[in-house]
Each structure stands twice: as structure tokens, then as C-alpha cells.
Design a protein around this ligand. Structure first.
Ligand code: GTP
Length: 470
């Protein structure tokens, strides 16, 4: 049985993205905005379902579903907007808004300290939700790395999750700020959060607001792009990643089976998403009239204009790729596209056949004019993510060299004794960047194996039977 997944939504961005994610999932599983199943109304038997809504929803009685979601914020507006969009859908006990309702003022340390102060309550909330699972599989955490709550409280959650539930898979969907940061200290928040993404998550799917806004302009044919639009792009990725779990198939029917194909070594776990075309199954108000075959879709996913992170490099190296292709697919198209990609795309010598494709199902409960059209999502583990990581470091260095705005963090518990945490976080991010560059080299896996042989008694990443957790 595929295990259940709990979604943690943190801060303004995390909750707004979550709103669109649940909108997509309720449509795909035939669930009304208040949690009532429309499938049950149509026919009485559970057996006829070809989907499994229970991965992401608790089933309270025959026909009522509640998301396995917990929402956290330091000010009420984003969560209120989610609740207004779905009155009665969410479990009220899974919602936490700080009593002072002041927000984290864009400061990582404030969000982080709220996490420390309330950790027992948060763990209790998570434990209660876990009690309602039979075969709990892992968490997905939605947040921005730049605001105070998503970054600081999100970082604290990541530490707590890996400490307390270290055998469960933790994935993040992390939104990076646009290059013209709205708030001057965002680079600090980003580097401090990146350290936790590197050390405490198993896989992080990353988005940047510059790429999202460019893509939204194209998809919605609208120059005045909004977060509402970018969040629909993100939720299309989120729902596609787990299509093979929710519409069970023989392959890729658990989070570890997807992410183990993507993550060659524990440090290299940043995944860059692409999506094309955005059919009405994902964004109802958008009509893209170009009809693509599965062959086109697999190749188009490599086009940087369809990516959700900007990249500097036109010929990036791909360490591994997972595609979720949905719709009526001719299997020979997929085979041809894989062969073509292997000729066109740069894979490192140690990973020559790193493209994995799952042909998933579109939901029969979400019938749209585009139900018979192919769409695709790609998660790529690529060294081009260094554009994002190096950009974050450069912005950080400019501020930190001058000691600018450090006083905003000095009351934080982590900074009582100075700014070491900034220095260490910057070093951790640098070593991840270096690791991605090293991974482009032919000898990379030899080096990793030598390092492993020299390591005595390091059982991180192994479960009780010695199997890889991811
Ligand atoms: P505080 O406001 O300090 O309490 O923290 P927060 O985590 O709630 O802040 P927020 O989530 O607003 O994070 C700010 C960053 O997230 C900025 O880079 C924004 O551009 C980005 N952001 C905020 N909301 C959204 C959203 O709905 N979608 C996208 N794509 N980005 C968002």
C-alpha cells in the first residue's frame, strides 16, 4: 500500500501555494470544496475508484474527506484566504496562527524562534495527524525561503522533522525570491534556510519567482502577472509529482521510488521543475491550442522557457531526470524521445541513462476539454541549479561584507553569541555548489565511493535493515 503524505504549509507563500494545490487535488479526486465526495454521490461503491484519495486526504466517513494538511503562520490573512476558498474542508485543529498576529517582519530569526518556543505544540499537532495514518510515508513542506515565517519557522520545522522522524522522507517545495528582492534582508534569510534544505531535507523542489513570473506571462498571455497565477504553475508541478501515487501504477508508487531515481548522493538533492503544456486539467482558464505528442512534450520539457528556475547555462549537465507524462500516450513516442534526449542532452559519464519516465493517468473526475491531450512535468537534478545557489550567495556576500542589517537578527536565539551561524550557513551552501560542479566530472562517483570507504560507522541514510531510506 502506498503510504500517506502530510503537507505542511508555512507562511504567506506556503499557504497560498497550498490553496492552489488543494484546489487541484480536490478536482482530481472528485471532492467538493467542503470535503464532500462527488464520486460517492454518483455511485455507492468504493471499489470502482481508480484513484487513491487517502494518500493526501483522511476519509472521515464514506463520503467526506479532509486534507492531511497543517497550516502555520504568524499572521492570519493567508490562512484565512485558504479557509474562505474551502469553507469546512480543513481540520480546524491543524491550523496555527500566532496570537500576536504580527508576522515575522521578514526576519528569519523571528520565525525560527517562534518554532523553538512552540515546538511541543507543533510536534503534538503533527503526531495527531500521523495517528490518523496507517502507513505514513513522509512530509511535503511548502514555503518561501525569503520571508521571515516560511524561511525561519520552515527551517525550524525541517530541523525538528529530521530529528524526530528521521526515517520518514521530507521533501520541500521552496520558492526563491526574484532577483529584485522586495526586502533588503531576503538574502540572509535565503542562505540560512538553504543550510536547512541541504542538511535536513531529502529532496527540495525549487522555484524562483523571476522564472515563474516569466512563465506566467507566457501561459496566461498577461503582462500583469500575479502570485495567484504563479501558484497555479507551482501546484501543477506539485500534483504531477505524486500522480503515480494517487493513481496507482506498478512503477513509482512511493515517494522513495521517485526520489531515489533523482538523488544520486545525499547532498545533491535540489530538483528543478519544468511543465508543458498547461492544459485545462491544470489551469482551467488557460487554453493552449497547440496539440503536442508525448515525443514533443518530453523534449519541450528541456526548453529553458518551460523551466521554473532561471539558468545561465544553455547546455546544463543533467545528473538525473524524472518525467511524469499524462494523457493518451503512445509508448513508442516515449522511447523515441528518451533516445533523442540522450543524444541531445549532457549527462555525466557516470550517469548515462538517467532519464526516467512515468506515464500517468489523468483523473476521470476532472474532465475538461483537454482531457485527451498530453501534458508533462519534469523534475531535473541538474548542475544548472548552481545559477540559483550562486545568485543567493552573491546577494548574501554583498550585504554580509558590510555587516549590513545584522542588528535585525541580534535578538534571535541563534545569534546570541555572534554571527557564526551566517558564516557556517554560507560555507554549507558553498560546499553544495562545489559538489554540483564536481558531479559534472567523469570521476565523481569514484570520488564519492572512496570517501564512503574512508567513512567508518556512518549509517546516516540507512534504515534498520541497512537499506537506503531514499
Ligand atoms: P513574514 O511575512 O515575514 O511573516 O514571512 P512569510 O514567510 O509569511 O513571507 P512570504 O511567504 O510572503 O515570503 C516572502 C517571499 O515570498 C517574497 O520573495 C515573495 O515574493 C514571495 N511570495 C509571497 N507570497 C507568494 C506567493 O503566493 N507566491 C509566490 N510565488 N511567491 C510568494
Amino acid at each position: 500500500m502506498t503510504g500517506e503524505i502530510i503537507t505542511l504549509q508555512i507562511g504567506q507563500c506556503g499557504n497560498q501555494v497550498g490553496k492552489h494545490f488543494w484546489s487541484q487535488l480536490t478536482r482530481e479526486h472528485g471532492i467538493d470544496k467542503d470535503g464532500q465526495s462527488t464520486v460517492q454521490q454518483a455511485n455507492d461503491s468504493q471499489d470502482v475508484r481508480e484513484d487513491d484519495p487517502t494518500i493526501f486526504f483522511r476519509q472521515n466517513d464514506h463520503s467526506r474527506f479532509t486534507p492531511r494538511a497543517l497550516m502555520f503562520d504568524l499572521e492570519p490573512s493567508a490562512i484565512a484566504s485558504v479557509q474562505n476558498a474551502f469553507p469546512g474542508l480543513f481540520n480546524e485543529r491543524n491550523i496555527w496562527v500566532s496570537r500576536d498576529e504580527l508576522g515575522a517582519g521578514n526576519t528569519w530569526s523571528r520565525g525560527y524562534d517562534y518554532g523553538l518556543e512552540n515546538q511541543e505544540e507543533f510536534i503534538n499537532m503533527i503526531d495527531k495527524e500521523m495517528d490518523a495514518t496507517e502507513n505514513f510515508e513522509g512530509f511535503q513542506l511548502l514555503h518561501s525561503v525569503a520571508g521571515g515565517t516560511g524561511s525561519g519557522l520552515g527551517s525550524n520545522f525541517l530541523e525538528a522533522l529530521s530529528d524526530r522522524y528521521h526515517k520518514k522522507i521530507v521533501t520541500t517545495y521552496s520558492v526563491f525570491p526574484s532577483s529584485e528582492s522586495e526586502v533588503v534582508i531576503q538574502p540572509y534569510n535565503t542562505i540560512l534556510t538553504l543550510r536547512r534544505l541541504i542538511e535536513n531535507s531529502d529532496a527540495s523542489v525549487v522555484f524562483d519567482n523571476d522564472a515563474l513570473l516569466n512563465l506566467a506571462t507566457k501561459v496566461f498571455r498577461d503582462r500583469n502577472t500575479s502570485y495567484e497565477q504563479t501558484n497555479q504553475l507551482i501546484s501543477s508541478v506539485l500534483s504531477s509529482v505524486t500522480n503515480s501515487l494517487r493513481f496507482p501504477s506498478y512503477m513509482y508508487n512511493s515517494l522513495p521510488s521517485i526520489f531515489s531515481t533523482l538523488v544520486p548522493t545525499a547532498d545533491l538533492h535540489f530538483l528543478v521543475p519544468s511543465f508543458t503544456p498547461f492544459t485545462a486539467d491544470f489551469i482551467p482558464e488557460v487554453r493552449d491550442f497547440k496539440r503536442s505528442s508525448a515525443y514533443d512534450v518530453v523534449l519541450d520539457l528541456f526548453d529553458k522557457n518551460n523551466g521554473m528556475v532561471l539558468r545561465n547555462n544553455d547546455t546544463p549537465t543533467y545528473l538525473s531526470i524524472y518525467d511524469s507524462i499524462l494523457g493518451p500516450v503512445d509508448q513508442t513516442d516515449i522511447t523515441r524521445a528518451i533516445l533523442k534526449s540522450q543524444q541531445r542532452i549532457k549527462f555525466p559519464a557516470w550517469s548515462p541513462t538517467a532519464l526516467h519516465v512515468n506515464v500517468g493517468k489523468k483523473s476521470v473526475y476532472n474532465a475538461t476539454p483537454d482531457s485527451d491531450r498530453v501534458s508533462g512535468m519534469m523534475l531535473a537534478n541538474t548542475s544548472s541549479v548552481n545559477s540559483l545557489l550562486q545568485g543567493a550567495c552573491s546577494s548574501f556576500d554583498v550585504l554580509f561584507k558590510r555587516g549590513a542589517f545584522l542588528h535585525m537578527y541580534q535578538n534571535g536565539r541563534m545569534f546570541q553569541n555572534g554571527v557564526d551561524e551566517f558564516v557556517e550557513s554560507r560555507e554549507v551552501v558553498q560546499s553544495c555548489i562545489d559538489e554540483y560542479f564536481a558531479a559534472e566530472q567523469e570521476s565523481f562517483l569514484d570520488d564519492v565511493l572512496i570517501e564512503d570507504e574512508n567513512m567508518v560507522g556512518d549509517i546516516d541514510g540507512l534504515d534498520a535493515d541497512g537499506d537506503n531510506i531514499i
